[in-house]
Ligand binder design. Structure first.
Ligand SMILES: Cc1ncc(COP(=O)(O)O)c(C=O)c1O
Length: 436
């Protein structure tokens, strides 16, 4: 206990000094998880139910039968930092329709809600195929979907809602990139710009929606539906690993590195991975140094990054969130392996590395690349491996870095990232920065 408190004190000082850190969750209890397994099966069944409708309204998904998914590829050797073991990239940066991981939650919630509303109103019979809703624009036009977002959830909810014919209002935080605002307005989405941060945008959206009986609010801070939508990505990953003949088990653990903002996307996927692989998948959230909301909540039990004097300022707009979702904090209490942080400079460097390998990333998308470096080179990582993977050879670990967004970043914005990256000193801040 004393040793644990001492380590926590040292970690706190490190975080407050704005340095990168890894926290291994002392409450983490890897185990079979039948509840998460059942929830994962339900999520997959719901996505399968929606697929014919998704295929009808999104031409991009016609060839996949309405399945939204991304590739799993082998990372170019050493390009993102050198670690033992196999490093794979889950390419949600190229996800069709909405161009980011938030599509997995946003599309799911809007379409599930559309089916529920249509059934409740009697315009969709219990046995009728949901694809009929592609022609229900008059019905949806009388209803509103609202959401608060740093950008990408707004994009995915806006795209989904407008595809069905809903009126849609997106409340954006000050961190939102202008091109995301412009893209939404072009779709006919009403964008309300808030001068404050993400939490204020969500609160504004929640209040405005509560006054309108025909409006439905997608609540990024506490939505079960978003969480379920994200979780199904774990089943997709499991199928891809199986197709690549990559075994996951006691001798071959799987480590996932998931960029975290409010926590819904990484939490949902971590939960799904636990359902799919039980004790053999270890999920880490990865966050910007100044927006370490999961670290603050899970390690220090403080509600906001402000309590540790952090600024919540980061180039990684999708992760510029000061407070972790309470739902995610609860679900992840003993299911989260740990949290790692990194600085903006390495995210920008990895945007450039991605570009050199024909991958278009936004800065948030690259945070996961810090994960294997933390786990394999830091003292906290070594302690985690000794405790949870005793006797496992480092080469036998499969690292999956979840790349989360970038497909729609316009050329000018992407070039600006590359220019900033080119002006940085060469090399990485990690792993030197985390060396004991
Ligand atoms: C590109 C990208 N990565 C990661 C995240 C983090 O997801 P969450 O906020 O659900 O934790 C976001 C959130 O918007 C994002 O846009």
């Amino acid at each position: 206990m004393g040793r644990h408190l001492g380590e926590l004190g040292a970690l706190r000082a490190r975080v407050q000094a704005g340095r990168s850190a890894m926290w291994a969750n002392p409450a983490y209890a890897p185990a079979e998880d039948p509840v998460a397994r059942a929830d994962l099966d339900r999520a997959c069944a719901d996505w399968a139910m929606l697929a014919p409708l998704l295929a009808r309204v999104f031409p991009d998904l016609d060839s996949t039968g309405g399945r939204i998914g991304s590739d799993l590829i082998v990372a170019p050797q050493g390009a993102f930092g050198e670690v033992p073991g196999r490093v794979l990239i889950k390419c949600d940066h190229a996800l069709p329709v909405a161009g980011s991981i938030k599509a997995r939650g946003g599309l799911f919630e809007v379409f599930m809600q559309a089916v529920a509303q249509a059934r409740a109103a009697g315009i969709l019979g219990p046995a009728e195929p949901v694809s009929a809703l592609a022609q229900a624009r008059d019905f949806f036009a009388k209803r509103t979907i609202a959401v608060g977002s740093t950008g990408n959830l707004g994009l995915s909810v806006g795209i989904a809602a407008r595809a069905l014919g809903y009126r849609c209002v997106v409340h954006m935080s000050a961190d939102a990139k202008p091109w995301k605002v412009a893209r939404l307005r072009n779709l006919g989405v009403e964008v309300v710009l808030h001068s404050a941060d993400y939490s204020s945008a969500v609160a504004g959206a929640r209040d405005a929606t509560a006054r309108d009986p025909d409006a439905y609010f997608v609540d990024d801070e506490s939505s079960e539906l978003l969480f379920r939508g994200y979780s199904a990505a774990a089943a997709e990953l499991a199928a891809q690993l199986a197709a690549m003949r990559i075994a996951v088990g006691p001798e071959n653990p799987l480590c996932l590195y998931l960029p975290c903002g409010i926590g819904g996307a990484p939490g949902g996927i971590a939960y799904g991975a636990r359902g799919a692989y039980g004790a053999h998948a270890h999920s880490f959230f990865v966050e910007p140094q100044q927006s370490a909301s999961a670290l603050c909540r899970m390690a220090f039990d403080v509600p906001s990054v402000a309590a540790l004097g952090l600024s919540n300022q980061t180039e990684a707009d999708g992760m510029a969130v000061a407070t972790l979702s309470p739902l995610v904090a609860r679900r992840m209490r003993d299911r989260l392996a740990g949290v790692c942080t990194l600085g903006d400079a390495d995210m920008l460097r990895w945007v450039a590395v991605g570009a050199a390998h024909r991958m278009r990333f936004e800065p948030s998308a690259t945070a996961g690349f810090a994960g294997p470096l933390h786990l394999m080179t830091s003292s906290a990582g070594a302690a985690f491996r000794a405790r949870h993977m005793p006797g496992v050879a480092a080469d036998n670990i499969t690292h999956v870095v979840w790349a989360t967004g970038g497909r729609f970043v316009p050329d000018a914005a992407h070039q600006a990232y590359l220019k900033t990256a080119a002006a940085l000193p060469t090399g990485l801040d990690l792993p030197e920065e985390i060396a004991p």
